[in-house]
Design a protein around this ligand. Structure first.
Ligand SMILES: Cc1cc2nc3c(=O)[nH]c(=O)nc-3n(C[C@H](O)[C@H](O)[C@H](O)COP(=O)(O)OP(=O)(O)OC[C@H]3O[C@@H](n4cnc5c(N)ncnc54)[C@H](O)[C@@H]3O)c2cc1C
Length: 254
């Protein structure tokens, strides 16, 4: 191996700092490394992660960077799906991983958008968490509404942090719970910017919380949620091609 390749391999090698549970099936993985490209990352970008072992390196898997771009460590928030993601909770401090990136253009101009509608399905909230954490750091004044679709409140995470953000930022958060029987009990007077809706994201819910076609729309999640949300956005006469999208589709190396 020549010196350049060895240097590059060293830069791509990161170490696990810690793994922190977020809820019943989702963990945040914190990594430290020295690749200066990541210091220039933008909120909303993703990384390609492989786990290294004495037998070699696993296939790379993409994950959005959920932490703010200003954070010195890299924070990825990962939901268990198959073999790779199920191994994340057992990673020990100091385990070497290969991390490539940052990759992607999702949310690239979001700092300049005065009115923003974010629509997330499940763990598809991660690029938006990165943007909101970034906005909090820079004390941004953008008007943001986050619609976050999940089955129940068991499936969400970072709720304490998000409710505090509704105080720090011009932020309204709407939890859309497709399998909740009742949502009234979730309301807390101290956080008037946090709302709960029964059912999936609909045109009515979007309108009720002030989403209009003048806003910049961003959508991220699994493909069925994205299809349905796009159709609902169409009811607001928003040009669907103007919606910025990131799909969490992962078909493996094949
Ligand atoms: C740009 C991008 C960003 C992403 N960011 C994130 C992120 O921030 N956080 C996150 O959690 N995920 C994210 N993902 C998705 C993530 O990459 C995949 O969930 C992960 O790579 C899947 O790896 P795996 O080996 O665990 O699952 P795989 O084994 O590859 O399984 C993939 C899918 O197939 C399904 N599956 C697996 N086995 C079976 C089976 N036997 N029968 C039926 N279905 C099955 C799983 O439920 C899963 O949905 C992102 C994807 C992309 C493209």
């Amino acid at each position: 191996m020549n010196t350049n390749n060895a240097d590059q391999l060293k830069k791509n090698t990161w170490n696990v700092v810690k793994v922190v549970p977020e809820n019943h099936d989702t963990h945040s993985l914190y990594l430290e490394g020295s690749d200066e490209k990541f210091a220039r990352r933008k909120a909303g970008q993703f990384a390609s992660l492989s786990i290294m072992s004495p037998d070699g390196c696993s296939d790379p898997h993409p994950f959005s960077i959920a932490g703010a771009p200003e954070d010195p460590v890299l924070r990825l928030t990962i939901k268990k799906a198959g073999k790779f993601t199920s191994a994340i909770p057992d990673l020990k401090t100091g385990t070497p991983v290969k991390c490539m990136g940052p990759i992607g253009l999702f949310c690239k101009d979001i700092d300049n958008k005065p009115k923003i509608v974010m629509m997330a399905g499940g763990v598809g909230v991660t690029p938006f968490l990165s943007v909101l954490r970034h906005f909090r750091n820079i004390k941004a004044g953008n008007i943001v509404t986050l619609f976050w679709v999940n089955k129940t409140m068991e499936d969400v995470f970072a709720t304490d942090e998000i409710q505090e953000m509704t105080r720090d930022l011009t932020l309204r958060v709407v939890y859309c719970l497709s399998r909740a029987d009742d949502v009234e009990g979730y309301y807390r007077q101290e956080y008037p910017g946090v709302f709960y809706e029964k059912g999936r994201l609909s045109g009515q819910i979007l309108k009720r919380h002030g989403a209009t076609k003048e806003a910049s729309f961003y959508l991220c999640g699994p493909p069925p949620m994205m299809e349905s949300a796009l159709a609902e956005v169409g009811r607001l006469n928003v040009d669907q091609s103007a919606v910025e999208k990131e799909s969490f589709t992962w078909l493996g190396k094949g």
